[in-house]
Ligand binder design. Structure first.
Ligand SMILES: C[S@@+](CC[C@H](N)C(=O)[O-])C[C@H]1O[C@@H](n2cnc3c(N)ncnc32)[C@H](O)[C@@H]1O
Length: 301
């Protein structure tokens, strides 16, 4: 059950209930190994190349322990004897689902609601400036992780534009985080990250069997489209956006990948639209169409 954050009750929709991390990923339990193999430098190099080829992510040598740590449980579950054997499995065409699982495990998905709050002020003023014109105001959260970013965007747009036409696209390469984004259900401690007026207007608090959880209201989730998109390949048809959030993902890319990703993403920006990157990221010298307006905020001129 979910109720208003102030204590009122509401019934959680069946589609949201139970959407947790319950996937078994075809785990082979019988005969699963319990000892952990060692990741050799050669195997680590193969993982580096694999992740770079697929996702454009550059793993520094310092990430070797992270790779072995994140994959060790899965390797035991699959009952393979070494990282090399697991790599061979990943190159098998009939194991495409396993490749997605490895990607899910190797990507870093840290995020939170209203992260880098000044960007939501930029969004608010853009929505006020162009969102009332009559055409749909469209925002893309590219690399949205588990959905806190597109939900935060949707809360601002619901507040500023209400029933006018607006929509939010959230996308990521990891299917595991997208499943969470679709559910819109988060641990209730996350409520602290949400400004109180948005929390009471757009979130429900879990009660009884859902105690400890918080649900973003369906009215908001209905305006959000969540889909898998790999920024390291050609993009599917998406139309144009007024604002694009491309935050805290380029830190994983080398310069050439960053150039290509920004070129692809910026091509989806409306003339005069805004591209927002993370505060620790910069697009200096990356794409001359994008003019810096203030640190981390660029305009397509
Ligand atoms: C650290 S999170 C950032 C989430 C959110 N944008 C924020 O700032 O809080 C980085 C996300 O980028 C995603 N990612 C990494 N490489 C990607 C790629 N090639 N295409 C799409 N998403 C990617 C990861 O799966 C991860 O969820």
């Amino acid at each position: 059950m979910f109720g208003r954050p102030d204590g009122g009750e509401g019934v959680m929709g069946a589609s949201a209930r139970g959407r947790g991390e319950s996937r078994t990923h075809g785990v082979r339990d019988a005969g699963a190994r319990t000892d952990s193999p060692t990741l050799t430098d050669r195997e680590f190099g193969q993982f580096q190349r694999l992740l770079y080829r697929i996702a454009g992510i550059s793993l520094s040598p310092a990430k070797k322990a992270l790779v072995s740590g994140r994959l060790s449980k899965r390797i035991r579950q699959r009952g393979v004897s070494s990282y090399g054997e697991y790599l061979r499995l990943l190159s098998d065409n009939s194991e495409r689902e396993e490749l997605q699982i490895a990607l899910d495990l190797l990507t870093t998905n840290e995020t939170h609601f209203f992260r880098e709050p000044d960007h939501f002020e930029v969004l608010r003023s853009e929505a006020l400036r162009v969102g009332t014109a009559g055409t749909a105001f469209r925002v893309w959260s590219a690399a949205c992780s588990s959905g806190e970013e597109p939900c935060s965007i949707a809360m601002v747009l619901a507040d500023v534009l209400g029933g006018r036409r607006w929509e939010v696209l959230g996308s990521d390469i990891s299917s595991r985080v997208l499943e969470r984004a679709r559910g819109g259900r988060y641990p209730v401690e996350r409520a602290r990250e949400i400004p109180p007026k948005y929390l009471s207007a757009y979130c429900l608090r879990g009660v009884r069997s859902s105690a400890g959880a918080m649900l973003v209201r369906r009215e908001l989730r209905d305006r959000m489209q969540i889909r898998p998109i790999n920024l390291n390949t050609g993009l599917p048809p998406l139309g144009e956006f007024d604002v694009i959030f491309l935050r805290n993902v380029m830190i994983y890319f080398d310069l050439e990948t960053k150039r290509q990703v920004v070129r692809r993403v910026a091509a989806r920006l409306r003339r005069g639209g805004c591209l927002i990157v993370g505060h620790s990221e910069s697009l200096n010298g990356i794409d001359e169409r994008l003019k810096i307006e203030r640190p981390s905020v660029y305009r397509n001129e």
